[in-house]
Design a binder for this molecule. Structure first.
Ligand code: SER
Length: 703
């Protein structure tokens, strides 16, 4: 069955069973914590959370997805793709495990002619705090899958989501296909879950989304039980076309063949090295075409960085194989012609895509050529390339260590990983960290590890917004500088309040700081984007300069003030919620920055429109009362005695900081605030939405 027929068979099958087809959403998701759309369920998030009514309670889609975590694996096997099409279906609080399992089997066996005898399945084995999925086992048995072909796996294989850091998730049941003993690793316990090629995953036949994972890693139950299924179209096509490699399927193989033709490659099927090169070019150019068609532009941060990264990696492979820039024009034509029947915006975007890729290519080809020339020269004169050389190439030509390694591999330059371990590995680590950052915004985890040996930063920003300080360390990644100082007036993201923005003045110029984070031990990490201004202003230690480097740090006052007002408004909101809904309502989490605030709280009863309007009115009354905001430090026991409320009381030490507004609100809090509620303006609730069972979220702004 060819790819187009598979798309149609899948959609027709689910339509026949009462599902409504949703068109693919953009690769740029609505969900702010997610870099790129990484699964079909992303556009379904409001329905899974029951925040919005779905157009239909059963839906299906073929969704464009991009998985940043797989970038480095492309070309190594035939299964990984960065961009792919995902076949998906959903039940929003309608049918559950029994029907999901039945539908999955019926589609594969009856419509797609998979051999039922070769089907294995996996179910969630149960790991604290989520119980074993015994129901799915029962339903598989009922469907005639014998016990010996049902395996139980844990978090890694059989629990899916949330797609970002928080959101809906649940145990899954997956279908594997036995490709035959010849492909087995031969180990006695070889079965689904094993890394070898014998049992290949065909379909995540059902994520049973009944949980919500919050920002503290806790699970609660969702207002409804959902089914979310997903299968990579290219993998299904490979199975159906008798291939083991996605790049050999009807559409992708045409791109592979064109790349080979253009590069005069004749040994693609027999030479693993050329195969890897061509697969990288094929996968990455298709990914770039789709990313650009959805509005992503190359840059040094976020999704623009991902696009630049895939383009540059593809270009490196083109250069290694002696291809000339501009290389991609007719490849883009082919990709558009293969996919525009299902994704018509490719046609309207075609010229734009060509312009963007060609401009990137022409800009980067000089870097690549210098990189190749220098790597070859260093290798020929010294007989080896060191980690230091790689860093020099990065400094001088902007050639990332990652591309340098790709080039060395492709040029046949051998290098001893061990001997360049310190510099090369640490740089690679930063790269990897940064791509992990890209995939899920887990910067917190990264800086925790990276800066564990620095002293806690002295924070003086409650009272002053400008300060002279010393830079103790700068880490440079491709998209950002991470700067550690001995002291700072900049507030680091904590207690639900966003980090400050501001500037850091070096002798060479002014660096814009876009955010500040801190480690659990209190090391503040100032984040500056990589751009031309920051690049030329920042002073990095070299032969002449060494740490500490003196700087002046200045907080963006307007941004700080607006965050402070939103923080005070958050306390007023907390107070008003408890006034209206009762004292058993309490805070579950919050987030605020200069523009908006959100507040999660427990409420076991429904919150009516009248309640919301009462809450809003109460907050505005308190603003108009011009209540004084008093901040104090006191003994924890005294604060408690006086009735202060706090979210994470166990975190507080002996001395605590308290924020008192008028004589009605009294909270433990480390954030920044207005000095009087009169500064706040008008408080407006934008919406209230359920987060999980018993937990609601209010989104609000000050106007
Ligand atoms: N969200 C699940 C996955 O991506 C099922 O669609 O595997």
């Amino acid at each position: 069955m060819d790819t187009r027929t598979i798309r149609k068979t899948f959609i027709d099958f689910f339509t026949k069973h009462g599902h409504l087809e949703a068109p693919s959403s953009s690769l740029i998701p609505d969900e702010p914590t997610l870099l790129l759309t990484n699964s079909g369920m992303v556009q379904m998030l409001p329905y899974l959370l029951k925040q919005k009514n779905p157009p239909h309670i059963r839906m299906s889609s073929i969704q464009k997805v991009f998985r940043t975590v797989d970038i480095d694996d492309i070309g190594i096997d035939g299964r990984h793709l960065t961009f792919f099409e995902m076949l998906g279906s959903w039940s929003f609080g309608d049918y559950y495990k029994k029907d999901a399992i039945h539908l999955a089997l019926e589609l594969l066996v009856k419509e797609m002619e998979f051999d039922k005898e070769k089907i294995w399945v996996s179910v969630f084995k149960g790991e604290e705090p989520i119980p074993k999925d015994t129901e799915s086992i029962k339903y598989w048995l009922d469907e005639g899958i014998p016990n010996e072909r049902i395996v139980e796996l844990g978090w890694k294989d059989n629990f899916w989501g949330p797609p970002g850091e928080t959101g809906p998730c649940g145990p899954s049941t997956e279908i594997y296909y036995d490709m035959g003993e010849a492909l087995s690793c031969g180990k006695e316990d070889c079965k689904p879950g094993c890394d070898c090629d014998r049992y290949l995953e065909v379909w995540n036949a059902g994520v049973f989304m009944e949980y919500y994972k919050d920002e503290y890693g806790k699970f609660s139950t969702l207002p409804q039980k959902n089914v979310d299924t997903g299968a990579g179209l290219e993998r299904v096509a490979a199975f159906m076309q008798g291939k083991t490699d996605c790049f050999d399927t009807d559409l992708l193989r045409q791109v592979v063949d064109l790349v080979c033709k253009k590069l005069h490659i004749t040994d693609y099927d027999t030479n693993p090295k050329t195969k890897r090169s061509v697969k990288i070019i094929t996968d990455h150019s298709r990914a770039a075409v789709f990313l650009i068609s959805d509005g992503v532009m190359p840059s040094n941060e976020h999704r623009g960085y991902i696009l630049r990264k895939v383009l540059r990696r593809a270009m490196a492979q083109v250069s290694i194989n002696k291809g000339q820039a501009p290389f991609f024009t007719d490849i883009i034509d082919l990709i558009v012609s293969l996919y525009s029947d299902y994704y018509p915006n490719l046609l309207t975007q075609k010229e734009h895509i060509k312009e963007v890729i060609t401009a990137e290519e022409l800009k980067y080809s000089k870097t690549l050529q210098s990189g190749i020339k220098n790597l070859e020269k260093i290798f020929h004169t010294k007989g080896e390339v060191s980690g230091e050389d790689i860093f020099k190439l990065q400094d001088t030509y902007g050639l990332s260590p990652e591309i340098a390694i790709d080039l060395m591999n492709g040029l046949g330059i051998t290098f001893d990983k061990e001997s360049i371990a310190t510099t090369y590995e640490s740089s690679m680590q930063t790269q990897k960290n940064r791509s992990r950052l890209g995939s899920s915004f887990t910067l917190g985890k990264i800086i925790e590890e990276q800066f564990k040996n620095f002293p806690p930063t002295v924070f003086n920003g409650y009272n002053s917004l400008v300060e002279k300080a010393n830079v103790l360390h700068i880490d440079r990644t491709e998209s950002a500088y991470l700067i550690i100082t001995d002291k700072t007036p900049m507030y680091a993201e904590s207690g639900g309040q966003a980090g400050d923005k501001g500037t850091m003045t070096f002798v060479n110029g002014i660096v814009s700081i876009s955010n500040v984070k801190k480690t659990k031990r209190g090391v503040f990490v100032h984040i500056a984007d990589r751009n031309d201004e920051n690049d030329s202003a920042i002073v990095l230690p070299d032969g002449k300069t060494s740490y500490p480097i003196p700087v002046t740090i200045e907080v963006d006052e307007i941004n700080r003030k607006r965050s402070s007002y939103n923080h005070t408004a958050t306390h007023l909101l907390h107070w008003a919620i408890r006034e209206v809904l009762g004292k058993d309502s309490h805070q579950k989490g919050s987030y605020l920055d200069a523009g908006k605030l959100r507040f999660d709280f427990t409420s076991h009863k429904d919150v009516s429109k009248e309640d919301i309007s009462k809450i809003e009115t109460l907050v505005n009354e308190k603003i108009k009362e011009h209540a004084q905001v008093d901040i104090a430090e006191m003994q924890y026991t005294d604060a408690k005695k006086e009735g202060a409320i706090g979210l994470f009381e166990e975190k507080y030490l002996d001395r605590v900081r308290t924020v008192k507004i008028g004589n009605f609100s009294f909270e433990l809090c480390g954030g920044t605030h207005a000095s009087n509620t009169e500064e706040l303006g008008t408080f407006r609730i934008l919406k209230i939405e359920p987060v999980s069972e018993g937990i609601k979220r209010i989104r609000a702004v000050l106007e």
